[in-house]
Design a protein around this ligand. Structure first.
Ligand SMILES: [Zn+2]
Length: 273
């Protein structure tokens, strides 16, 4: 069933629990691109960010054990230099975000992928950098998009939905409080960030906020369009997993081009600084 007030799909038993602590929030300011959707959250930011930090540590530890963590110093420096320009731009959407505990690492993998966990824990895969031969502007487009997911707390929103389902199931057998185990939430965060595709709605929001972040950081926002063209070509018959339920390529390119045009003045003035 659908729990109307909260917008979370959960069982009847979970509903009573969920409503007690479910809140509707506005995670970001609209910016020039005007993203204004309100979101329903069951888990708190503090709870999710703590679990995300734990999940991130686990993923990085695993990568290090396979000798797949930050192997190419020049690549790591390049990715971190771009994030250092993007992070201050996040203030346009969330004034406190530049002070988050941002982290960026490069994972050696053939996958064309990048992600940002709640709270600003990012990874860029070498497959994306090398297979797409990305320019700095294109890399900024990808990273801006991923940072936008974190600013919008899409991970927290999705984890809230997954968690409501999980407690809906458990609550029938044994009463489970809303505190949850941190490990359990960390696993959900890992799944929603790395393993499961985002909804179209989340993708559109991340695309629009992403081009604004890039523009404010002095990267050409039009690079988002060429980036997604390259992604489409790289995918061939089987698009990269994180593209699979994304908006159709043509719609996406049209939307990105329109929003890139809207933020061009921000790019022009950032370049003059
Ligand atoms: Zn995305």
């Amino acid at each position: 069933m659908r729990v109307g007030m909260c917008g979370l799909r959960a069982g009847v038993a979970a509903c009573a629990l969920a409503l007690a602590s479910c809140q509707t929030v506005q995670t970001t300011q609209p910016g020039t691109v005007g993203v204004e959707r309100k979101q329903s959250m069951l888990l708190s930011s503090a709870q999710v960010d703590k679990s995300a930090a734990l999940a991130y540590q686990q993923v990085m530890k695993k990568a290090a054990s396979k000798n797949a963590l930050n192997r190419n110093a020049a690549q790591v420096a390049r990715v971190r230099a771009i994030s250092q320009r993007l992070v201050p731009a996040t203030a346009a959407f969330r004034p406190e975000a530049p002070r988050w505990a941002w982290e960026v690492n490069v994972i050696t993998s053939g996958d064309v992928n990048a992600w940002c966990m709640p709270g600003g824990k990012m990874a860029v895969y070498t497959g994306l950098i090398e297979k797409l031969k990305v320019t700095d502007d294109e890399l900024a487009a990808v990273m801006g998009h991923e940072i936008a997911h974190a600013l919008r707390e899409h991970g927290r929103e999705r984890a809230s939905q997954a968690y409501a389902q999980a407690i809906g199931i458990q609550v029938i057998g044994a009463a489970v409080g809303l505190g949850g185990s941190q490990m359990q939430i960390a696993q959900i965060i890992t799944d929603v960030t790395i393993n499961l595709p985002n909804s179209r709605e989340h993708e559109v929001e991340a695309d629009r906020i992403g081009v604004e972040l890039a523009a404010r950081a002095g990267y050409d926002p039009r690079a988002a369009v060429t980036l997604w063209q390259k992604m489409g070509q790289a995918g061939g018959a089987a698009p990269p997993q994180f593209l699979s339920t994304h908006p159709s390529p043509q719609n996406r390119q049209n939307d990105l081009a329109a929003y890139a045009a809207r933020v061009m003045p921000l790019y022009e003035s950032a370049r003059k600084r």
